[in-house]
Design a protein around this ligand. Structure first.
Ligand code: SF4
Length: 302
């Protein structure tokens, strides 16, 4: 049996940088993180062992003055900074620079058009409602932005008013193209003269992974996709992996491998190729533990 970890899987640079910042800042004393630093329970637990305390918005409002709070890679709406300033909380901003740039673009667009009273414009975000990054993006528009998850939700947009479309960084390029075409079609039916601007703000760090991940999945007999149950990126990438190789199994921890039947594949190929890959929120050490669990099972079965 050959077990290979996909070299393109694992943390993107935004998440890696936020974790490094947390590790560095923990050496200077107590540190809280607003929300899970990454959508991976095991990595959160590892950092909590080092002293990182995960808090929510209610906690933020009651933290003592002088507390230090890290903002994760997803970014935050302006209201978080206001609360921190009012409560004299020391912010350590680990927002990914790609997300920060997107926030700035959306805010600039909102500021430019917010007073167009004759035809009030709409800022539309192609994203997952309630996702931390999307909340941060909506905040740049005083929460007026419309969030659309797919082309099935066009009824949320008024096709007779100007539309400025952006994307959450982790959405799929294909889905974004489908949405653009659907909006263009709806406008052409209802109000052909309306202004429609769209900005592809998808992070290529994630978008490029789909092809790489699918190529990797196709080259394996069975694939273990390692990801957090709460991670939307993990769900998206897992589905791409599954499309490329139906023998793809989602696992969150090495213990979940125990119950899987590696042996049912072994008869198909004397040199069974087992691939391990993961999401942008999956730490390398977790993929390595899954590899070790698989190797241990294979050794027991041989
Ligand atoms: S996926 Fe891209 S935008 Fe999102 S945190 Fe990672 S590097 Fe930044």
């Amino acid at each position: 049996m050959q077990v290979t970890i996909d070299e393109h899987s694992g943390f993107c640079f935004g998440v890696t940088s936020a974790i490094r910042t947390a590790e560095k800042e923990l050496q200077n004393g107590a540190l809280c993180c607003l929300g899970d630093i990454v959508h991976n329970g095991q990595e959160v637990a590892r950092l909590e062992q080092l002293g990182l305390q995960t808090i929510d918005y209610d906690d933020l409002r009651t933290l003592p003055c002088g507390s230090r709070v890290l903002l994760r890679a997803h970014g935050e709406p302006p209201s978080t900074y206001w609360i921190a300033r009012r409560r004299k909380i020391d912010i350590i901003d680990a927002t990914c620079p790609v997300v920060k740039k997107l926030q700035d673009r959306i805010r600039a667009c909102y500021e430019l058009h917010k007073n167009d009273e004759a035809l009030p414009p709409q800022i539309v975000i192609y994203g997952q409602p309630g996702h931390a990054e999307v909340i941060g993006l909506q905040g740049q528009t005083n929460d007026t932005a419309i969030v659309v998850e797919s082309a099935d939700q066009l009824d949320r947009i008024d096709m007779t008013r100007p539309i400025y479309l952006f994307s959450q960084t982790t959405k799929s390029v294909e889905g974004f193209q489908t949405l653009i075409e659907a909006i263009k079609k709806a406008i052409s039916h209802q109000s052909p003269a309306v202004n429609f601007e769209y900005h592809d703000t998808i992070c290529r760090n994630v978008a490029n992974r789909v092809q790489q991940l699918q190529d990797f999945a196709r080259s394996q007999d069975i694939v273990f996709f390692v990801g957090g149950k709460k991670s939307s990126n993990a769900k998206v990438l897992y589905n791409h992996c599954l499309a490329a190789n139906p023998n793809t199994v989602f696992v969150s921890a090495p213990e979940e491998v125990e119950s899987l039947q590696l042996s049912e594949f072994s008869h198909q190929n004397s040199e069974l190729k087992v691939g391990i890959c993961g999401a942008t929120s999956t730490p390398l050490w977790l993929m390595e533990s899954v590899r070790d669990a698989i190797t241990a099972i294979a050794n027991k079965q041989s």
